[in-house]
Design a protein around this ligand. Structure first.
Ligand SMILES: [Zn+2]
Length: 393
């Protein structure tokens, strides 16, 4: 059945325009100044709401109580469907650094979930966050699972996993630059992740295949003083180097408004994209002050809208949804179209998903309606209606 959206402010996301959007066979047929409904079409009156592309989350560990590390296709589908209620129509399920067999199993589960018809959103592939990360910037990753690239056989995670799309690696580790080259040769995004590297090391990495920085500022070295001289780190490299895109956890907790604006000024909406880094606790209800245990055994406390390590010395991952990230970006002063673009078109391009992230003819009909507070009131994924009642409170 054709579906025609009328009376919508369409955020393409390159512009906002009053337009009608026709969906046919799961694909956007066209965007029109005006269109009379084709015979038999269902007409949805947007009532002046914003019609935006579905959100794309390239870094998310779980949601709705389910985790990628369960290692089953059912868990992947369940977490994807939980996030879909908040407007995420494409997802790159992301592992945690755990023993290699667990990471391999999770990658395999994602590959199988990609074929699951009951999954409402599109599973784009798997993002392996690790296992080659720096213990010095390990954060909530379990440090005993961290490995050195030159000392480990990663073929089962990389060459033997056709769904691998992104891998987080600390480029200062022995063998990491070769690993970056190997990943980029396979069309996999090599992302500087949980890294204590200095600027020069990141610059070398950017010349040998690395093209992205994982959650900028989190698990990233910054400027330090060595004797009298200041040495820049991963943060400064991410901000300064044009070749690098950066992931930003724009949940309003991980980064204060000034840093979100600083990153936006340096990178623009083309090189900066929003990720939830959501744990299994994301897209579900938590009680303030309660301690939860992640599947890797890491305990974390829910407080102030975020998960913290019990010591409260670091965050342990977020409970955010893409919907909250877009609201946060808009609230700190990012223009609406750019805030939406960082959650749609920019991650789509980053991962090479040509039919995602835009409201344009020929793209998949992944569409959201947003009210004036930018809450998702309606979500469609590939022409299928996911929710017409709005995101859960
Ligand atoms: Zn993560």
């Amino acid at each position: 059945m054709d579906i025609l959206f009328v009376n919508a402010r369409v955020c393409t996301p390159y512009e906002l325009r009053d337009a009608a959007v026709l969906v046919r066979g799961g694909v956007i047929e066209g965007v029109f100044d005006h269109l009379d409904a084709p015979a038999g079409a269902r007409v949805i009156d947007a009532g002046g709401q914003i019609l935006a592309p579905g959100y794309i989350d390239l870094h998310v560990h779980g949601g709705g109580g389910r985790s990628v590390m369960e290692g089953t296709p059912e868990a992947i589908t369940a977490m994807a469907n939980a996030h879909a209620l908040y407007g995420t129509t494409s997802i790159l399920p992301t592992t945690l650094s755990m023993p290699l067999p667990d990471m391999i199993r999770a990658g395999d589960a994602v590959s199988r979930a990609m074929k699951d018809e009951s999954c409402l959103s599109t599973i784009l592939g798997v993002h392996q966050e690790g296992p080659c990360l720096s213990p010095a910037q390990g954060g909530a990753q379990s440090t005993d699972a961290l490995l050195i690239p030159s000392k480990v056989d990663l073929r089962a995670l990389i060459e033997e996993c056709p769904s691998l799309r992104m891998m987080g690696v600390a480029p200062e580790l022995d063998g990491a630059l070769e690993l970056g080259r190997r990943l980029s040769d396979l069309g996999v995004v090599a992302s500087v992740a949980h890294s204590d590297a200095d600027y020069d090391t990141v610059a070398r990495a950017a010349l040998t295949g690395f093209s992205d920085v994982t959650h900028l500022y989190s698990g990233c070295s910054g400027v330090v003083r060595k004797n009298a001289f200041r040495v820049a780190g991963v943060v400064e490299a991410g901000l300064e180097m044009e070749r690098l895109t950066v992931q930003v956890i724009a949940d309003g907790c991980h980064l204060p408004p000034a840093l979100l604006r600083l990153i936006y000024r340096c990178k623009g909406a083309e090189k900066m994209y929003a990720v939830t880094d959501g744990l299994e606790f994301a897209a579900s209800h938590q009680e303030e002050g309660v301690t939860y245990v992640q599947r890797n055994g890491q305990a974390c406390v829910y407080e102030d809208g975020v998960m913290k390590l019990p010591s409260r010395t670091a965050f342990a991952g977020s409970v955010a949804t893409m919907s909250r990230l877009v609201r946060t970006l808009a609230k700190v002063g990012v223009p609406l179209c750019d805030a939406v673009r960082m959650a749609t078109d920019t991650p789509a391009r980053r991962i090479g998903a040509a039919k995602k992230g835009r409201v344009a003819a020929g793209c998949d009909a992944d569409l959201l309606l947003l009210d004036d507070r930018l809450r998702v009131t309606f979500c469609m994924a590939r022409g299928r209606i996911v929710s017409e009642t709005g995101e859960p409170a």
